[in-house]
Design a binder for this molecule. Structure first.
Ligand code: H2U
Ligand code: ZN
Length: 331
């Protein structure tokens, strides 16, 4: 590949942003550091956990004795459905507007000890169905334009509790990451940007991590985080509810394989933030991003500091090498 050993910039076709890649710094041999790793949990019910079935949550409401995936309204929501409509604009410099929305928590499983990587594919399929149903229901509300489904996994990513869970924030305006990606996909001159991008990746193969008949996980050409991945359906699909039963099974299977591969990489539960991007309309292609912070071991993370805070993101490990390492541990 061109630029294999040369410092270079890569453009993110989905956002228009650039990442600096410094492969020459990666030439030193990889020294897989051995460090203390957080153990995987084995407590299936924790009486002190506010997400376990039957327990009282922080604000006092008690969870039912749920037996599979369970959704509740966030007790400390960042957005409120009935926020008063207010606007501020002082000379175009102090600009603000009220934002309405809904925040929910999705307990993936009643079993406190599990993670997506250790759940069965049939149990993950129920999570996929729940995400699709929640998306459809929230998008049907007139004030909602965007439904962000996401998971923060691991203390390093700020997850407040090891119980397997994710969140859903539905809001009135498109957040910046959504606007950038939507603008790029709508400005793309030939059909679907991600369909064309995926065709190139399937042909080159060097950034693929795993795939099945319906879904692919790859390290994007423009990845910023060391082991960042993009998960997307092979056939053009715009929203989760549009997936066929088989497409949902395939997504559940791919998510299990990918997250188990992540755990295998450093032989420890792998932290990440992941979430879906989807919009009604023909031009945008459903996908999920996984942003894991780890760099060299279960305890050495990448810091986005210095040049990255003030200039832009930079990486040493090339996306091609990251994909090869993930491929080697993903079954
Ligand atoms: P995170 O682990 O990703 O922070 O998600 C946990 C969410 O659960 C968080 O948004 C909510 C927090 O507000 N929560 C409740 O709604 N009820 C509780 O009893 C504790 C936490
Ligand atoms: Zn629990």
């Amino acid at each position: 590949m061109l630029l294999r050993d040369t410092p270079h910039r890569r453009r993110n076709a989905l956002t228009g942003e650039w990442v600096l890649v410094s492969p020459h710094r990666e030439k030193r041999p990889w020294r897989g550091q051995v460090e203390a790793t957080p153990p995987a949990g084995n407590v299936r019910y924790d009486p002190g956990c506010y997400l376990c079935p039957g327990n009282a949550r922080a604000a006092g409401v008690r969870n039912p004795s749920y037996a599979s995936t369970y959704v509740f309204e966030n007790d400390f929501p960042a957005l409120l459905p009935d926020a008063a409509e207010e606007e501020l604009n002082d000379d175009g410099l102090l600009v603000a507007a009220s934002e309405r929305g809904v925040c929910r928590v999705v307990c993936f499983s009643p079993d406190h000890s599990l993670t997506l990587s250790r759940m069965s594919e049939s149990a993950i399929r129920i999570v996929v169905d729940t995400w699709a149903d929640q998306y459809r229901e929230l998008m049907s509300r007139p004030e909602i334009r965007c439904v962000q489904i996401f998971e923060n996994r691991g203390e390093m990513m700020g997850a407040s509790n090891p119980h397997p869970h994710g969140q859903i924030w539905a809001c009135e305006h498109l957040p910046d990451e959504w606007s950038k990606e939507q603008a790029a996909q709508e400005a793309y001159p030939r059909g679907c940007l991600l369909c064309d991008y995926l065709a190139i990746e399937l042909q080159r193969g060097e950034r693929l991590v795993c795939r099945n008949a319906d879904w692919v996980a790859l390290v994007p050409f423009w990845a910023v985080w060391p082991f960042e991945t993009l998960v997307l359906p092979v056939r053009h699909t715009t929203e989760l509810p549009d997936l066929s039963p088989g497409g949902r099974d395939s997504l559940a299977s791919l998510l299990r394989r990918l997250t188990a591969g992540y755990d295998a990489l450093f032989d420890a539960p792998f932290p990440y933030s992941m979430g879906f991007h989807q919009q009604p309309g023909e031009r945008t292609h459903l996908h999920a991003h996984f942003y894991p912070p780890l760099l060299r071991s279960a305890t050495v993370r990448k810091f986005m500091v210095g040049f990255e805070m003030l200039g832009g993101p930079q990486r040493d490990l090339t996306p091609e090498n990251a994909a090869a390492r993930l491929r080697a541990v993903t079954r």
